[in-house]
Design a binder for this molecule. Structure first.
Ligand SMILES: Nc1ncnc2c1ncn2[C@@H]1O[C@H](COP(=O)(O)OP(=O)(O)OP(=O)(O)O)[C@@H](O)[C@H]1O
Ligand SMILES: [Mg+2]
Length: 318
């Protein structure tokens, strides 16, 4: 039975220790019904550990996971979940179709429906032509597409995808997301991890950022932008010669009547502008009055990329 009011997933204080390493340090979040949630985070943040815990592949040290209101270890919960793992889990000495048959049977797809489901999965992953070929000889991106087909074949109510599009070409990626959209339209709830920030921005309803085993942000892209970098545009102008002194330009509304931008000796001027239609013209005019000619200009809209770097920093960490 599915409780009408409970979310698809409810995670409270999830912790996972591997000896000295604390992979998850008290993670709380919900996945709403029919929602597509993107999970982001630097390498080692704990994304795969979390997905594995949700899929019952690893036992959390502490915390609770509820699936449609049921404990994770109940039979109904297990049946509701489908996993597309980061590490490929396929039989190399079987054909694509045989792999799909094996996964379909494992997930209890009724025999009479299996062929139809397999054809559907083959079509969406663009593998119909390769259905009779051994998977062991496939390219990395093709294996990943088979891996995905195997994970969604039984049309689970909750789909967990761990970096489903790594190494997948742009055309196949598009098809994969169209397939996920179709599953989502049919009511599936989707949780995916990715390092493709543009993908997360365009395809998900909500974003959770994990860092060092903790949730450090949770919201829609607009909410995350507003609470971190703000909505102002970054304007970057290159001029024809190094500045002799900072340039005085009109302030961006409020109390600031003028501000000084740029640095003597550099030919680059950067500033933030709230309303481009009102303030970009006066800014460029001030640059010209300073005696400079603009040779190049870029206006950057704040994106998930900026939010991510703002929250997790620029340093590499593993
Ligand atoms: N089986 C394991 N044994 C010991 N440590 C582990 C194990 N699995 C994960 N870890 C550790 O837990 C931390 C989180 O790893 P995890 O794979 O969850 O990160 P991730 O966010 O998925 O990273 P990536 O973006 O690289 O896939 C890392 O420090 C990792 O070394
Ligand atoms: Mg991972």
């Amino acid at each position: 039975m599915i409780y009408a009011e409970s979310p698809a997933l409810e995670i409270v204080n999830l912790r996972k220790h591997y000896r000295r390493i604390e992979a998850l340090r008290g993670v709380d979040f919900e996945l709403g019904r029919g929602e597509c949630l993107a999970f982001l985070g630097p390498n080692g943040a704990g994304k795969t550990t979390l997905i594995r815990a949700l899929a019952g592949r690893t036992r959390p040290t502490e915390g609770t996971i509820k699936v449609f209101g049921h404990p994770i270890d109940s039979i109904g919960a297990r049946q509701a979940l489908g996993l597309v793992p980061q590490d490929l889990a396929l039989y190399g000495d079987l054909t694509t179709r045989e792999n799909l048959m094996a996964f379909g049977k494992f997930h209890g797809v009724p025999r009479r429906e299996l062929k139809k489901r397999i054809d559907w999965a083959l079509q969406w992953t663009g593998l119909t032509d390769r259905a009779r070929d051994l998977v062991g000889g496939f390219s990395g991106g093709m294996k990943r597409r088979v891996n995905l087909a195997c994970g969604v074949l039984h049309q689970p109510k909750i789909i967990l995808l761990d970096e489903p599009t790594v190494g997948v070409d742009p055309q196949s990626r598009e098809r994969i997301f169209t397939m996920l959209d179709q599953l989502s339209d049919e009511g599936a709830s989707i949780l995916l991890t990715t390092h493709h920030l543009d993908e997360a921005e365009q395809r998900s309803d909500r974003i959770v950022i994990l860092d060092q085993g903790r949730v450090i942000a949770d919201g829609t892209i607009d909410e995350l932008v507003l609470s971190t970098v703000g909505h102002s545009r970054l304007v970057r102008v290159r001029v024809d010669r190094p500045l002799t002194a900072p340039v005085t330009v009109p302030g961006d509304g409020g109390q600031r009547r003028t501000v000084h931008v740029g640095e003597a000796g550099r030919d680059l001027i950067e500033t933030r502008i709230d309303d481009v239609t009102v303030n970009l013209g006066p800014f460029l005019k001030a640059v010209r009055h300073g005696g400079y000619v603009v040779s190049d200009m870029e206006v950057q809209v704040p994106s998930l990329h900026h939010v991510f770097l703002h929250l997790t920093g620029n340093e590499l960490r593993d």
